[in-house]
Write a protein that binds this ligand. Sequence first.
Ligand code: SF4
Length: 190
Amino acid sequence: MYSINEIFYSLQGEGFWSGTPMIFVRFSGCNLKCPFCDTDHSMKMQLSPAALLAMVRDCGGDCRRICLTGGEPALQVDAVLVELLHSAGYTLHIETNGTKDFPEGIDWITVSPKTAVFDDNRADVVLKKADELKLVYTPGCSPALWEDFPAPWHFLQPCSMKNTSEVISFIKAHPLWRLSLQTHKYLDIR
Ligand code: SF4
Protein backbone atom coordinates (compact mmCIF):
# COMPACT_ATOMS: atom_id res chain seq x y z
CA MET A 1 0.00 0.00 0.00
CA TYR A 2 1.14 3.52 -0.76
CA SER A 3 0.43 6.51 1.48
CA ILE A 4 -0.94 9.21 -0.78
CA ASN A 5 -1.87 12.82 -0.22
CA GLU A 6 -3.65 13.47 -3.52
CA ILE A 7 -3.95 12.50 -7.16
CA PHE A 8 -4.98 15.21 -9.60
CA TYR A 9 -4.69 16.25 -13.23
CA SER A 10 -3.18 19.59 -14.18
CA LEU A 11 -0.34 21.24 -16.08
CA GLN A 12 3.25 20.92 -14.95
CA GLY A 13 4.06 24.35 -13.58
CA GLU A 14 7.83 24.16 -13.17
CA GLY A 15 11.02 23.50 -15.05
CA PHE A 16 11.57 21.90 -18.46
CA TRP A 17 8.07 20.45 -18.87
CA SER A 18 6.25 23.59 -17.76
CA GLY A 19 2.85 23.79 -19.45
CA THR A 20 2.62 20.05 -20.15
CA PRO A 21 -0.47 18.11 -19.01
CA MET A 22 0.40 15.62 -16.27
CA ILE A 23 -1.33 13.51 -13.68
CA PHE A 24 0.22 14.27 -10.31
CA VAL A 25 0.53 11.53 -7.71
CA ARG A 26 1.55 13.19 -4.47
CA PHE A 27 3.02 10.70 -2.01
CA SER A 28 2.75 11.59 1.64
CA GLY A 29 5.73 11.95 3.94
CA CYS A 30 9.16 13.45 3.51
CA ASN A 31 12.56 12.86 5.09
CA LEU A 32 13.40 16.59 5.11
CA LYS A 33 11.89 19.61 6.82
CA CYS A 34 12.68 22.55 4.56
CA PRO A 35 11.87 25.90 6.17
CA PHE A 36 10.12 27.16 3.03
CA CYS A 37 8.06 24.01 2.44
CA ASP A 38 4.46 24.90 1.62
CA THR A 39 3.41 21.44 0.42
CA ASP A 40 0.74 19.52 2.25
CA HIS A 41 2.03 15.97 2.07
CA SER A 42 -0.04 14.54 4.90
CA MET A 43 -1.50 11.10 4.39
CA LYS A 44 -5.06 11.26 3.02
CA MET A 45 -5.45 7.75 1.67
CA GLN A 46 -3.72 4.41 1.38
CA LEU A 47 -3.86 2.79 -2.04
CA SER A 48 -2.84 -0.56 -3.44
CA PRO A 49 -0.98 -0.46 -6.77
CA ALA A 50 -4.19 -1.39 -8.61
CA ALA A 51 -6.24 1.25 -6.77
CA LEU A 52 -3.63 3.88 -7.53
CA LEU A 53 -3.74 2.99 -11.23
CA ALA A 54 -7.55 3.15 -11.19
CA MET A 55 -7.49 6.65 -9.70
CA VAL A 56 -4.90 7.79 -12.22
CA ARG A 57 -7.07 6.51 -15.06
CA ASP A 58 -10.20 8.12 -13.59
CA CYS A 59 -8.75 11.59 -13.26
CA GLY A 60 -6.33 11.78 -16.19
CA GLY A 61 -8.49 11.05 -19.24
CA ASP A 62 -6.29 10.61 -22.29
CA CYS A 63 -3.16 11.96 -20.57
CA ARG A 64 -0.39 9.36 -20.44
CA ARG A 65 2.19 11.28 -18.41
CA ILE A 66 2.45 10.95 -14.63
CA CYS A 67 4.50 13.03 -12.23
CA LEU A 68 5.41 11.16 -9.03
CA THR A 69 5.89 13.84 -6.42
CA GLY A 70 5.49 14.50 -2.74
CA GLY A 71 6.62 14.86 -0.08
CA GLU A 72 9.46 12.61 -1.12
CA PRO A 73 8.19 9.98 -3.57
CA ALA A 74 11.41 7.95 -3.46
CA LEU A 75 10.46 6.85 0.06
CA GLN A 76 7.65 4.77 -1.47
CA VAL A 77 8.00 4.32 -5.24
CA ASP A 78 9.00 0.73 -5.92
CA ALA A 79 9.61 -1.51 -8.92
CA VAL A 80 6.08 -2.93 -8.76
CA LEU A 81 4.53 0.50 -9.28
CA VAL A 82 6.96 1.52 -12.01
CA GLU A 83 6.25 -1.70 -13.92
CA LEU A 84 2.47 -1.42 -13.46
CA LEU A 85 2.26 2.20 -14.66
CA HIS A 86 4.60 1.58 -17.58
CA SER A 87 2.58 -1.48 -18.61
CA ALA A 88 -0.53 0.70 -18.58
CA GLY A 89 1.15 3.03 -21.08
CA TYR A 90 2.26 5.87 -18.85
CA THR A 91 5.47 7.88 -19.05
CA LEU A 92 6.82 8.48 -15.57
CA HIS A 93 8.42 11.59 -14.15
CA ILE A 94 9.71 11.87 -10.61
CA GLU A 95 10.44 14.98 -8.57
CA THR A 96 12.83 14.08 -5.78
CA ASN A 97 15.10 15.77 -3.28
CA GLY A 98 17.73 13.23 -4.37
CA THR A 99 18.50 11.79 -0.95
CA LYS A 100 16.93 8.35 -1.57
CA ASP A 101 17.45 5.87 -4.36
CA PHE A 102 14.50 4.56 -6.36
CA PRO A 103 13.97 1.83 -8.96
CA GLU A 104 15.38 1.99 -12.48
CA GLY A 105 13.16 2.92 -15.38
CA ILE A 106 11.71 6.31 -14.46
CA ASP A 107 11.58 8.27 -17.72
CA TRP A 108 12.38 11.77 -16.45
CA ILE A 109 14.16 12.60 -13.20
CA THR A 110 13.94 16.04 -11.68
CA VAL A 111 16.22 16.43 -8.69
CA SER A 112 15.59 19.36 -6.41
CA PRO A 113 18.33 19.19 -3.78
CA LYS A 114 17.64 21.03 -0.57
CA THR A 115 21.12 20.73 0.95
CA ALA A 116 22.08 23.93 -0.92
CA VAL A 117 19.67 25.64 1.40
CA PHE A 118 20.93 24.06 4.59
CA ASP A 119 24.69 23.82 4.15
CA ASP A 120 27.56 23.82 1.70
CA ASN A 121 27.88 20.18 0.78
CA ARG A 122 26.25 17.66 -1.53
CA ALA A 123 26.75 14.73 0.81
CA ASP A 124 23.06 14.04 1.39
CA VAL A 125 22.27 13.65 -2.30
CA VAL A 126 22.75 10.06 -3.46
CA LEU A 127 21.56 10.59 -7.04
CA LYS A 128 24.50 10.78 -9.44
CA LYS A 129 22.68 12.33 -12.40
CA ALA A 130 19.27 13.61 -13.46
CA ASP A 131 17.42 14.97 -16.46
CA GLU A 132 17.00 18.33 -14.79
CA LEU A 133 18.32 19.95 -11.65
CA LYS A 134 16.00 22.44 -10.01
CA LEU A 135 17.23 24.52 -7.09
CA VAL A 136 14.92 26.58 -4.95
CA TYR A 137 16.72 29.88 -4.59
CA THR A 138 16.80 31.26 -1.08
CA PRO A 139 19.01 34.11 0.17
CA GLY A 140 22.43 32.67 1.00
CA CYS A 141 22.02 29.44 -0.94
CA SER A 142 24.90 28.05 -3.00
CA PRO A 143 23.93 27.39 -6.65
CA ALA A 144 27.64 27.28 -7.61
CA LEU A 145 27.93 24.06 -5.63
CA TRP A 146 25.59 22.40 -8.14
CA GLU A 147 26.90 23.75 -11.42
CA ASP A 148 28.82 20.55 -12.26
CA PHE A 149 25.99 18.20 -11.30
CA PRO A 150 25.39 15.96 -14.35
CA ALA A 151 22.07 17.22 -15.70
CA PRO A 152 21.39 18.77 -19.11
CA TRP A 153 19.19 21.46 -17.58
CA HIS A 154 19.88 23.59 -14.51
CA PHE A 155 16.94 25.61 -13.21
CA LEU A 156 16.75 28.14 -10.42
CA GLN A 157 13.35 28.71 -8.92
CA PRO A 158 12.45 31.62 -6.63
CA CYS A 159 11.31 30.39 -3.21
CA SER A 160 8.49 32.93 -3.40
CA MET A 161 7.24 35.51 -5.86
CA LYS A 162 9.07 38.12 -3.76
CA ASN A 163 12.62 37.09 -4.67
CA THR A 164 12.08 36.61 -8.41
CA SER A 165 14.05 39.72 -9.38
CA GLU A 166 17.02 38.56 -7.26
CA VAL A 167 16.97 35.21 -9.05
CA ILE A 168 16.82 36.90 -12.46
CA SER A 169 19.86 39.01 -11.56
CA PHE A 170 21.74 35.90 -10.43
CA ILE A 171 20.90 34.03 -13.63
CA LYS A 172 22.03 36.94 -15.82
CA ALA A 173 25.37 36.86 -14.02
CA HIS A 174 25.57 33.01 -14.15
CA PRO A 175 24.08 32.02 -17.53
CA LEU A 176 24.33 28.26 -16.98
CA TRP A 177 21.09 28.63 -15.07
CA ARG A 178 17.55 29.09 -16.37
CA LEU A 179 14.54 30.49 -14.60
CA SER A 180 11.83 28.15 -13.37
CA LEU A 181 8.65 29.77 -12.11
CA GLN A 182 5.82 28.09 -10.27
CA THR A 183 3.53 29.04 -13.15
CA HIS A 184 0.59 27.15 -11.67
CA LYS A 185 0.58 29.73 -8.86
CA TYR A 186 0.60 32.65 -11.31
CA LEU A 187 -2.22 30.97 -13.26
CA ASP A 188 -4.05 30.12 -10.04
CA ILE A 189 -4.42 26.49 -11.00
CA ARG A 190 -3.37 23.46 -9.00
S1 SF4 B 1 12.00 18.13 0.31
FE1 SF4 B 1 10.23 19.14 -0.63
S2 SF4 B 1 8.43 18.17 0.34
FE2 SF4 B 1 10.24 17.67 1.61
S3 SF4 B 1 10.23 19.25 3.21
FE3 SF4 B 1 11.57 19.96 1.54
S4 SF4 B 1 10.25 21.22 0.20
FE4 SF4 B 1 8.91 20.01 1.55
